[in-house]
Design a protein around this ligand. Structure first.
Ligand code: ZN
Length: 89
């Protein structure tokens, strides 16, 4: 297990990423939240993803993007589109 192939996501990772949005929005129950936290502490790719999403949310909350460069704004818009397009159920 010397190689870390980021393209290979376990089921656990998929679950974690699926819940990431709700996690960051504070919409998860305590049990689910602590499970997710546990996974993040074990899983670098998911942690990175969570960091990115959290950062994104913070930018949006601050009203963005006066200081953000154009390519970052574009990336944020794409991410937001992807998030809001996530099918539920
Ligand atoms: Zn993971």
């Amino acid at each position: 297990m010397a190689t870390a192939d980021l393209s290979q996501c376990s089921d656990e990772c998929r679950e974690a990423l699926k819940r990431l949005g709700a996690f960051l929005d504070g919409e998860l129950g305590e049990v689910t939240r602590s499970k997710l936290r546990e996974h993040l502490s074990d899983c670098a790719p998911c942690t990175e993803r969570a960091d990115f999403e959290e950062h994104l949310r913070e930018l949006v909350r601050r009203g963005c993007s006066d200081q953000a460069p154009e390519h970052l704004k574009a990336r944020i818009r794409l991410q937001l589109d992807a998030l809001s397009a996530t099918p539920s159920g």
